[in-house]
Design a protein around this ligand. Structure first.
Ligand code: HSE
Length: 312
């Protein structure tokens, strides 16, 4: 039986334009590394965090990895505790699902330490409690793709009903993270609580067509479906240079472009890795030209694997 394990869990793009809170996909990189060490004392302790610039709390009750592991151990009644070392290898408050990646890596790891007692789908609720602790809402559109890989649709939250969707061959994403922060809680607060029927009709038309496009490998339909009339019009106001950068992505051949999760990162879906690299570099230039913002670029095919053990 393992006594220690290090797990990598990937960054994710949530919402994917029309799927607010119900759709997300996983990237190969960046991601977070979580090391878990089993101990006799029945406490969950965050012993070190690297790569967060000192911003995250070492209090396990305030950290998504700590919350997920505590929930798991409590629910399963295991007679052991865990020391956790977090290595954040992606930016915080970037819209890349950083809090979900840590929670997913942590709960996947503790399940291995316990002897893989729960099937993967039963790990998801522990990560949602962690997301709730981090931003006030237990949204699953980062945690589910980080845990299962690929594109994941959340048909229902109560009860949880998760649908894994197919990924068209070669589909790749450029994700550009401008060096500014948007907290998920703030980006949720600015959304309207009610929708006009006309907007709801456009949104569900686009979401249904996006799902059909994934099944049919129809990249034209996928591109036409990547529209968000619910969150993007409000949240884009929090991202300096957004209209120009999105326009640049589309002019350079992106299938579509929108906000990654709650932002400030933008994602562009493209027909190949090569295209995604070209589109991403143009978006970075645009951020510089429009609003003098430096950015990081991540180019990745869709990660179909989810978390993985990197060290025993
Ligand atoms: N669906 C969530 C939101 C994702 O948009 O608030 C947060 O990354």
């Amino acid at each position: 039986m393992r006594t220690s394990v290090t797990v990598y869990a990937p960054a994710t793009v949530a919402n994917v334009a029309s799927g607010f809170d119900v759709l997300g996909f996983a990237l190969h990189k960046p991601g977070d590394f979580v090391t878990l060490k089993k101990k006799e004392k029945k406490s969950v302790d965050i012993v070190a965090i690297e790569g967060d610039g000192g911003k995250l709390s070492l209090d396990a009750a305030l950290n998504t990895a700590g919350v997920a592991v505590s929930g798991y151990l409590k629910a399963a009644g295991f007679p052991f505790g865990v020391d956790i070392i977090l290595k954040k290898a992606m930016p915080l408050s970037s819209g890349l699902g950083s809090s979900a990646a840590s929670a997913v890596a942590a709960v996947y790891g503790v399940n291995l330490l316990a002897g893989r007692v729960l099937p993967r789908q039963e790990l998801l609720p522990f990560t949602l409690h962690a997301e709730e602790a981090a931003c006030g809402t237990p949204h699953a559109d980062n945690a589910a793709p980080a845990l299962f890989g690929g594109f994941v649709l959340i048909r229902s939250y109560e009860p949880l009903d998760i649908v894994k969707l197919p990924v068209p061959a070669g589909l790749a994403a450029a994700v550009v993270h401008p060096h500014t922060e948007v907290r998920t809680a703030d980006a949720r607060r600015i959304l309207k609580k009610e929708l006009r029927l006309v907007d709801a009709v456009r949104q569900w038309g686009n979401l249904a067509a996006l799902v059909a496009a994934l099944y049919q490998e129809d990249l034209g339909l996928l591109g036409r479906s990547l529209q968000d009339v619910v969150a993007e019009p409000l949240r884009s106001l929090l991202i300096p240079g957004f209209p120009g950068v999105k326009k640049t992505a589309l002019e350079n051949g992106a299938l579509g472009c929108s906000i990654s999760g709650s932002g400030p990162s933008l994602f562009a879906l493209c027909a190949s890795l090569e295209e995604a690299g070209k589109v991403g570099r143009a978006m970075q230039q645009s951020f510089l030209k429009e609003v003098s913002l430096e950015s990081d670029l991540y180019v990745s095919e869709v990660n179909q694997e989810g978390p993985k053990v990197v060290e025993d």
